[in-house]
Write a protein that binds this ligand. Structure first.
Ligand code: FE2
Ligand code: FE2
Length: 253
């Protein structure tokens, strides 16, 4: 069994410096790896990126992250990525990595993703150049995620994004902003790869659990949603996603 801890939207800044790190004590007893689904910072400054790196460095398990929209806000995504990498954290954007977990290989492919909406209620690559650019960005990041997933050779495979691949996990968010919370194109590549689990963040007012049209479990691990330091999902367990101890483990963290 591979135990995957996940969280998103930790939104580190000067006002909360050190608080999240304190909640990670003992994570190595609960999980084999921590996935962070973007929005590590509040305003995407390089300084906040360094603070986020300090929150996540040397916590006892490998940390893999994607960036979120907040991490791009100050055009410092390169510096943020560098700070995280210097702290030993893997940052994925259209890339993948494989981690050995007790002799089983966990493959994680990650990309930020983007908006656009969901089937029947989505934007299209049509009209003004600004609209085309919006949808083309979604298509590009979804395609990169799909390529990274397709190239993964592992015993268990997980997709890590910031934006949501399905609308199930947006339940509770205003319908009017769904097109800015995710895209069905992400679910298409996730289903195409037939992976084990998809983890995202971004939808602070959504719900934790959903499923793609192809039957892949989706988890919105945004911190305000899971209401614990991290959720733990087990791959290869009795029901192949949830640890029996999932909620109790997280609740103590
Ligand atoms: Fe967020
Ligand atoms: Fe976000």
């Amino acid at each position: 069994m591979i135990r995957v801890a996940a969280v998103g939207d930790i939104h580190v800044g000067e006002d909360v410096r050190g608080l999240y790190r304190n909640r990670l004590t003992g994570i190595a007893d609960d999980a084999d790896i921590l996935l962070v689904a973007g929005d590590l910072t509040q305003h995407g400054t390089a300084e906040e990126g360094r603070m986020a790196a300090d929150e996540l460095r040397d916590i006892g398990v490998p940390v893999i992250t994607v960036l979120g929209n907040h991490d791009y806000h100050s055009d410092a995504e390169t510096e943020i990525t560098k700070a995280l990498q210097d702290a030993g954290i893997t940052v994925l954007e259209g890339e993948s990595t494989v981690i050995d977990c007790h002799g089983r290989r966990l493959g994680v492919a990650g990309a930020k993703g983007f908006g656009g909406g969901f089937a029947g209620r989505c934007g299209s690559d049509f009209g003004e150049p600004e609209m085309k650019a919006f949808i083309r960005h979604t298509k590009t990041t979804a395609a990169r995620l799909g390529e990274a997933l397709g190239a993964l050779d592992a015993d268990a495979r997980v997709a890590l994004t910031h934006y949501a691949p399905v609308k199930d996990t947006l339940n509770g968010e205003p319908l009017e902003i769904y097109p800015f919370l995710g895209s069905y194109l992400l679910a298409e590549v996730i289903d195409g790869a037939g992976i084990d689990l998809a983890v995202h963040g971004h939808a602070h007012r959504g719900v934790e659990k959903g499923i793609t049209p192809g039957g892949i479990p989706v988890r919105n691990a945004a911190l305000p949603v899971i209401e614990r330091a991290y959720a733990v999902y087990c791959l290869g367990g009795p029901d192949d996603v949830e640890c029996a101890t999932d909620d109790t483990v997280g609740a103590t963290a």
